[in-house]
Design a protein around this ligand. Structure first.
Ligand SMILES: [Zn+2]
Length: 355
């Protein structure tokens, strides 16, 4: 190889420094943030269930691709604490059609329409196809999304705002800014959405018809989000209260997020919880065992029953007094989990890769 001239050598070394600097800047990262952790009723200002997954690089604080999984009450308020607006969201995913996981969506749709890029960029909304219940009714994310603006339409609010904000908002209305993507939940993971390096897959779960768990894979790491998933066998005797499907999709994921009920509410421990109410959730101890089997590094417990500090869960008195985060962590450890336990806490966050 011919000897490089001084100028060429300098240019080459500048180029390699530049490439290195770019490489360093582009170190990918992933944030998993619990945007709400309450049960269905409001409790001490906690937001309703939801999880933000934010992928990017260290230079932009992991904020290239923002994905919201479930949109409980007050989600936008929590996102505002992270300086994130509806306008920045790339896609919303629903684990199931229970109102506590959905009721912040109307807020998000309005704000995306009024302040977002709705005229140029649609917000993807990803959920299961219509599912039949045993009683023959449809649980329909499709209809939920299509009719999310109906009350504002009928009240005249949307028309008034269109006139008031002519040239600013999309005259086609808020729903026109949404791009619905539905899929048939399967027993095996399937990819349901992707963008660049980010891939989201889903698997059907037991909770209500059409329930799914999701998994997000990125170069910075991966997270599985179970929603309210639990075991298909509705009560003991069974191997576990946790979801076999969530366990399958979570295999090898860095982080698992799931709704948790504490064993202090179990009928076996003498609590007056109606058995079907207790058994339809995954208990924190079984989630600990599952996370260990799946090889997760972090288990995030959310949508807690009972909430931390509560003396009652509905009409059920918490035996031994209110629970602390340590009580939840202990329950997960009792299941054999040796990784990090994060007990939600709105805005509890895990960043990947872990340092
Ligand atoms: Zn639910």
């Amino acid at each position: 190889m011919a000897k490089l001239t001084g100028v060429a050598a300098a240019a080459l070394s500048f180029a390699s420094v530049f490439v290195c600097a770019q490489g360093a800047q582009a170190a990918p990262c992933l944030d998993v943030v619990l945007t709400g952790t309450s049960g269905p009723p409001p409790y001490k200002g906690l937001a309703g269930p939801g999880t933000l997954v934010a992928y990017g690089d260290e230079a932009n604080d992991c904020r290239s691709v923002l994905l919201q999984f479930d949109v409980g009450r007050g989600t936008l308020m929590r996102l505002s604490q992270l300086d994130i607006e509806a306008a920045q969201m790339k896609a919303v995913f629903f684990t199931h059609m229970h109102s506590d996981h959905m009721e912040g969506f109307s807020d998000m749709v309005q704000m995306y329409w009024i302040f977002g890029p709705a005229q140029t960029t649609k917000l993807d909304v990803v959920c299961a196809n219509d599912a039949k219940t045993e009683t023959g009714m449809d649980l329909s994310c499709r209809k939920f999304v299509a009719h999310i603006n109906d009350a504002y339409e009928l009240s005249g609010e949307t028309a008034y705002r269109k006139a008031e904000m002519k040239g600013v908002v999309d005259p086609a209305g808020p729903v026109a800014g949404l791009n619905l993507i539905t899929f048939d939940p399967k027993e095996e993971p399937q990819v349901v959405w992707s963008s660049g390096d980010v891939k989201v897959s889903a698997i059907g779960t037991a909770h209500i018809p059409g329930s799914v768990a999701f998994r997000v894979d990125t170069p910075a790491g991966s997270v599985a989000i179970g929603g309210d998933s639990s075991n298909r066998i509705p009560a003991p005797p069974r191997k576990t209260s946790s979801s076999d499907e969530l366990e399958a999709i979570a295999k090898g994921a860095d982080v698992i997020v799931n709704t948790a009920i504490h064993p202090v509410l179990s009928p076996e421990s003498g609590a007056s919880t109606p058995p079907p109410v207790y058994y339809r959730q995954s208990n924190a101890t079984d989630l600990g065992s599952m996370a260990q089997r799946a090889g997760a590094k972090v288990l995030m417990l959310t949508h807690l029953a009972p909430p931390i500090g509560a003396s009652m869960q509905g009409t059920v008195r918490i035996q031994g007094g209110p629970l602390s985060a340590a009580d939840y962590e202990k329950a997960a450890r009792d299941g054999g989990f040796t990784g990090q336990v994060v007990v939600g806490g709105d805005l509890a966050r895990v960043r990947l890769p872990r340092k």
